[in-house]
Design a protein. Sequence first.
Length: 105
Amino acid sequence: MKQVEVTILGQSYILGCPDGGESALLEAVNDVDREMCAIRDGGKVKARERIAVLAALNLAFALAQRPAPARAEATPASNGAGAPVDLDALVRRIDMTLNADGQLL
């Protein structure tokens, strides 16, 4: 895990970040910083904690308003050769094996 130093509302933070996730983390930091600065600059709220809570609520609300991603059409599973796989039969086989063993692990 990589550590990334960022600044939000003028304060530095060191955040843990999985390898390859730096750009997504920096984008999220920019969104949070922009929202918090807008609330602070609005002049009605002064306390950092309240600014952070309002920013979190605003960002969560914006995320909830996004349209849901389109679901992939349900297609029958195949065995790689194009032949359909009977998923119900596979589930029954797994159930029988687990029941016969009596243990999950």
